[in-house]
Design a binder for this molecule. Sequence first.
Ligand SMILES: Cc1cc2nc3c(=O)[nH]c(=O)nc-3n(C[C@H](O)[C@H](O)[C@H](O)COP(=O)(O)O)c2cc1C
Length: 273
Amino acid sequence: MALSNSSSLSLEEVAGAAPGAGLWFQLHPPRDEELGASIVRRAQKAGYRAIVVTVDSWTRGWRPADLDLGYDPFLRGQGMGTFLADPLFTASLPQDMAVGSQPWLAAAGARWREVFGHSGLRWDYFEQLGEITDLPILIKGIVHPDDAEEAIARGVSGVVVSNHGGRQLDRSVAALDALPAVVRQVAGRVPVLFDSGVRSGADVAIALGLGADAVLLGRPWLYGLAIDGAEGVRHVLRCVLAELELTMVMSGAATVGDLRHLVRPAPGRAGGH
Ligand SMILES: Cc1cc2nc3c(=O)[nH]c(=O)nc-3n(C[C@H](O)[C@H](O)[C@H](O)COP(=O)(O)O)c2cc1C
């Protein structure tokens, strides 16, 4: 599981609740790079096994449904668990307010808006990050082969082809259409992971067949969580895996690797850039 840096609970609390789990930590690099370094060091200390740096959402997209509903958890002091537990972050808040009080949370939300989203991120950020942590670093939000090439040149350990589930930039390229060209460019030098739009085992088979080494699920498990908590998440994952197996059986794939011989991009959608 890759834990978002925008979580209700801190990264330490999540790691403490899941001993032995293969946890990764996802970072939106904050504008304050010292704060980013502090969070990454904490993630390594807490036992996370990789840092996933998201590069496609330094601000939030135009989301009419969120606007209609006035949905912004951060304004209510939610989704900042990791920030509220960070000594550098809390040191930047007014010191004359009771910690955890509504005014303190409002000040934290305002500070969070100041630091969230590093619009000036440069490629050398990844080399610097490599000096801060020994953990493998992945870049999430790659949809162009040139960016995948540059990522490898900067020493990253993997790329995640993703358009953020299509919820950031309307009319962006479909992540699946972008996948084949990135896979061709990377040519096995680092793992290529994929997300955005995976809803079923058949979807997993298609992404693996087009060359992804692994897929990630964004929303499906959240739906399971909303309906039935942890059991709902288990159910979603079981269904996806069961359908993947059936899809493989019915298409004659003995191994996941065989899917690569069985799937080809639809004409005109081979990710030509
Ligand atoms: C409610 C919600 C919150 C998300 N928050 C983050 C986030 O904090 N960091 C991130 O890298 N991606 C975030 N994403 C994007 C997902 O990580 C993922 O790229 C996307 O949802 C994949 O598409 P899918 O939902 O179609 O599977 C979020 C997605 C949703 C639905």
